[in-house]
Structure formats: structure tokens, C-alpha cells
Write a protein that binds this ligand. Structure first.
Ligand code: ADE
Length: 232
């Protein structure tokens, strides 16, 4: 799978691209992450990418022309046409089902805005879908793009070392994760639940399922209701 990211801060993605999960996956040639600086597509000598808003009001608006040209140029970097996503608080909220759907694309092109907004014509002309990572406003789309890339990459076979950990991931089955423990057996008076040391794997599986259900019921009643609906 290939990810292209368009941003005025490519350096924000550098260590993300080189380290940990994404770095390892790129070295294994399971994915490619390619970042392009939007300013390369500004035509004036100061590489200006923003301007004052029509209609007045505070803040600056990102100009349409650099985005449109950049999206078209980046598209040409590779033969498969990208699914083009604008990261914005106005988008559809990212969830596990959407992550799995996006993982079916061969190539994603992520547009990371800054300032108050991007000229609306960009979304109309060169964007397929708008995605938000939650109902709060960040200063730009770079962190949301990294969130999306990591979540989608985890769906690619071989990216997460032990595949089981994706299969059992929180949300995959619509429930929160069960509690995990490692050595030592006791930490400040808190001991590991004895069932986990019993060696009885059927019993352990039952305990984990019960814990996942009770955690979901207590911490996320919204998910619990949906999960119960699906069991009927
Ligand atoms: N840009 C700024 N805030 C954002 C959010 N919550 N999700 C996606 N992109 C954003």
C-alpha cells in the first residue's frame, strides 16, 4: 500500500515515517509513505499558500491553486490513482469500520490543511472524501494523517508482528479490550488474576470475554448498546 501526504510541514512526519511500526513496514516493503511539501506548488517567490478570506473575518485561508496543482502532480508520482482524503474537523469521524474500508485502497493521498481553512474549491475539485479524527480542532491535518496512516497500516498483513494482536484488537469485535498483565505477579499489593496463571485456556478465554464485556458496559455504554444489538 502507498500513502502520499501533502503538507507545508513535511518534517512533522519524518520520524513517524522512519521509526517503529511504519519504519519497519517500509523496510519490509509492505508500505510506502511519501511526503510532499505543498509550498513547492506556490508560484510566487515567497511560496505563499494562504490569503485573506473573502467576506472578511479572522484567520487566513489556504489558496486553491497550490493544492490543486499539488494533488495533480502527486497523483502522477505513481501509476495507481489515489483515493484522496482531506483531513478536517468537518469530515466523517474515523472509526474502525472506516479504517478497514480505507485499507482496501491501494493508494491514499492525504491532504493536511493549516490555518483557518482551505478554499472550498479544493474539496470540490480534488478530494474524494473528508475525514475527521474527532470532535475537537487541531492546528493542522498532520497529526490526524498520522493517526489514519497508523490505523490503516495495522490492517495490512505482516505490518503488526503477531497477527493475533490485530485480530483481538479492541473495537475489532465491537468491544473494548480485556485487561493485560505481565511479570511480576504482584505490584504494590495488586496481584494478577489467578485465572491467568491457571493454564486453562478455555477458562482464560471465557474470563477475557467477560472482562471485555464488563469494561465496555461500564466505560462505553454507546458501544455496549450497539454490541448487544448485534448479538440479537
Ligand atoms: N484538522 C484539524 N482538526 C482536525 C480533526 N479533528 N480531524 C481531522 N483533521 C483536523
Amino acid at each position: 500500500m502507498r500513502f502520499d501526504v501533502l503538507t507545508i510541514f513535511p518534517e512533522l512526519l519524518q520520524s513517524f515515517s522512519e521509526c517503529s511500526l511504519i519504519g519497519r513496514a517500509q523496510r519490509k516493503e509492505l508500505l510506502t509513505l511519501c511526503t510532499t511539501d505543498l509550498r513547492e506548488f506556490a508560484t510566487d517567490k515567497h511560496h505563499t499558500v494562504d490569503d485573506e478570506p473573502y467576506g472578511g473575518g479572522g484567520g487566513m485561508v489556504m489558496k486553491a491553486q497550490p493544492w490543486i496543482e499539488a494533488v495533480r502532480a502527486v497523483t502522477e508520482l505513481h501509476p495507481s490513482p489515489p483515493h484522496r482524503i482531506l483531513l478536517t474537523p468537518q469530515g466523517q469521524t474515523l472509526c474502525e469500520a472506516k479504517v478497514r474500508e480505507l485499507a482496501n485502497h491501494e493508494r491514499l493521498l492525504l491532504l493536511c490543511g493549516r490555518y483557518e481553512a482551505i478554499d472550498e474549491r479544493v474539496a470540490e475539485l480534488v478530494v474524494d472524501e473528508e475525514i475527521s479524527i474527532g470532535d475537537y480542532v487541531l492546528s493542522g491535518g498532520e497529526l490526524p494523517a498520522m493517526v489514519l496512516i497508523e490505523a490503516v497500516s495495522r490492517q495490512i498483513p505482516g505490518v503488526v508482528g503477531f497477527n493475533d494482536s490485530v485480530v483481538n484488537d479492541s473495537f475489532r469485535k465491537g468491544l473494548l479490550d480485556y485487561p493485560h498483565y505481565t511479570r511480576p505477579e504482584e505490584v504494590e499489593g495488586l496481584v494478577v488474576p489467578p485465572v491467568l496463571r491457571s493454564g486453562d485456556h478455555a477458562k482464560i478465554d471465557r474470563w477475557r470475554q467477560q472482562q471485555a464485556e464488563s469494561a465496555t458496559r461500564e466505560k462505553r455504554p454507546d458501544l455496549w448498546q450497539r454490541w448487544q444489538g448485534r448479538q440479537r
